[in-house]
Ligand binder design. Structure first.
Ligand SMILES: Nc1ncnc2c1ncn2[C@@H]1O[C@H](COP(=O)(O)OP(=O)(O)OP(=O)(O)O)[C@@H](O)[C@H]1O
Length: 260
């Protein structure tokens, strides 16, 4: 059995007399330490699937097993990195990083030491007493990552964490996050619309299609690309080959949905 098993997930939203089949028979397995991207057009159910994996939303059908245990709201070993950093503006960067231990009543000298170490690691050691409002978007996202890693999550869910950043900051942060998650051997799922980001950062990619949301295709990223940093990967010939194949798939999906 894999580290994360998503088994036959279907989900329906009911609104008054309407219903939407947001996901239909979605099954996939993810191995420990892998970086997996979910890529697809708007409305294909990426966020719904991520919410189900997080245990925030109960699926209409199917199960999600993390380390062979069914996911539920009480599982605290899932970390998030979102488009918005949700840092508390009235707290310092160090205090923000300590949010998890504080909520869990575990604010000790040891946890403070660990938070300081993590802030050093994400390059924010010198601004640990600063307010989030005085930092750039990229720095704020690094602080959000330190806060997430502080809880030592078994699984990291990344919901378009780079999409609000300017292009240069986004490329730098992709490299940074990728190296850090490899170092910590984290299992991560990235939701994105960006083919380049998915190919450059991931070990494998699931392309989804909409109406209803389903897994359309699975791609393994070639080893030559996986062994490079995301920035370097973008220069590799095999990166461009895979980018073009996925681009074609998404265009065909779009054409089919328009002809319906
Ligand atoms: N709370 C809700 N109530 C009713 N329908 C919903 C709800 N949330 C999502 N949907 C519908 O379910 C489908 C999947 O939505 P979802 O947000 O999961 O897709 P997505 O791939 O994440 O889209 P995007 O890339 O635009 O964020 C869409 O048709 C959407 O309109």
């Amino acid at each position: 059995m894999s580290y994360l098993n998503i088994q036959q997930i279907s989900h329906y939203y009911f609104n008054q007399n309407n219903y939407t089949n947001a996901l239909k028979d979605v099954s996939l397995s993810i191995e420990k330490g892998k970086f997996t991207a979910l890529l697809g057009p708007s409305g294909c159910g990426k966020t719904t699937l991520l919410s189900i994996i997080a245990g925030i939303l109960k699926p209409s059908e199917g199960t999600v097993l993390l380390q062979q245990q069914e996911i539920n709201k009480k599982i605290t070993s899932i970390g998030y990195m979102l488009q918005q950093d949700y840092l508390f503006p009235w707290k310092t960067i160090l205090q923000n990083t300590l949010t998890g231990p504080k909520i869990q009543g575990e604010l000790t000298d040891k946890s403070i030491e660990k938070a300081k170490e993590l802030l050093e690691e994400v390059g924010l050691g010198s601004v640990s007493d600063a307010s989030p409002n005085s930092l750039s978007g990229g720095m704020r996202q690094r602080a959000a990552l330190a806060r997430t890693l502080m809880t030592n999550p078994s699984l990291l869910l990344l919901d378009e964490p780079f999409s609000a950043l300017d292009f240069q900051t986004k490329l730098k942060l992709e490299d940074f996050v990728s190296a850090l998650l490899k170092e910590y051997n984290k299992t991560s799922i990235l939701v994105t619309h960006d083919i380049g980001e998915a190919v450059a950062m991931s070990d494998e990619i699931y392309v989804m299609k909409a109406n209803p949301g389903q897994i359309h295709q699975h791609f393994e990223v070639p080893e030559e690309v996986r062994n490079l940093s995301p920035f370097e990967a973008r220069r590799h010939e095999k990166y461009h080959e895979l980018f073009d194949r996925i681009w074609e798939e998404l265009n065909q999906l779009e054409a089919k949905s328009k002809n319906r």
